[in-house]
Design a protein around this ligand. Sequence first.
Ligand code: M6R
Length: 367
Amino acid sequence: ELGDYRHFMLKEIFEQPQSVTGTLENRLAGDHVLPALLGVSDALERLAQVEEIQILACGTSYHAGLVGRYWIEANTDIPCNVEVASEYRYRRQPPRKNMLFVTISQSGETADTLAALEKIKENHGALATLTICNVAESSLTRESDMALMTMAGPEIGVASTKAFTTQLVALQLLMVLLMQAKGADKAKVAQMVADLRKLPALIEQVLDLNPKIETLAERFIEKNHALFLGRGELYPIAMEGALKLKEISYIHAEAYPAGELKHGPLALVDSEMPIVTVAPNTALLEKLKSNLEEVRSRGGELYVFADREAHIVAADNLHVLEMPHVPEMLAPIVYTIPLQLLSYHVAVLKGTDVDKPRNLAKSVTVE
Ligand code: M6R
């Protein structure tokens, strides 16, 4: 099953153009998203009534939810909250009206996410429950009113890779459907659909950076700590990059929104601290660049994945890996890929059990 790949994780990283294509397939019409993808006949009518969204998930799936909030709130007037299921399930929430509950899970069997869904069904009179899930025959799909399946195919590596990027694609589809249900500008919807079609080719281009990222990885093997920075919807991508590095290479990594640096973490920065940053050409790029200068002037070693149009030039302590120019809305998906590859290669160089990292299980079915 591994074919020419050394690990399932690498195979699954390289499968992403296909898994993204599969998640889009039969779901896009010429200029809009087909509501039938939610598996019910009145999906648009239901979404039209939604006044609030609550997303619940764990781990990597939680990071997908965080990106989803940026997207949904940027493009609709629907407020969206995101919380880790293990917290949500044990605290009181005020009763809600017309709220859409969205769970996100690769396995569909994560105990905390399932328990949060049960709690919602018992206590909150949700308008509807929707799961974004990768396993059709799972408890979450069975227990939810609607299911938006990610078509990643089986994911064997404990570290979630293709499941995550297809969850992001699913959240894009959900966002566009919400826009359609709420009567958004048709030209805007059509532009988003056109951009989504570019995604598999963009991912292919980034996978070509693999040899360069492998070389870069050598610089991390002696490190005990790393910081990941991002802004806006790239902040959850920094969180995901940090989780991947922790999970498979056992290097302590933390993510910060770049604007938070001077509120504390800047004190950690010295020449021993690698700082990984994702810098697409978004509205926040200029702000991010000044955050990078703050780090450099304190001797930090910067690794920046940057849009080739961002004009971030390599220098002492500043390593730049050029990324293709991507539509702003797709940046979180495309910038996930180099961070997956980086953690993969660091783990291989360190000799850890990449597909089965210590102490972890693929599916966390107990609390
Ligand atoms: O199956 P799920 O998506 O519900 O799993 C949630 C987390 O356990 C999972 O994403 C975990 O964080 C991954 N090992 C991260 O790579």
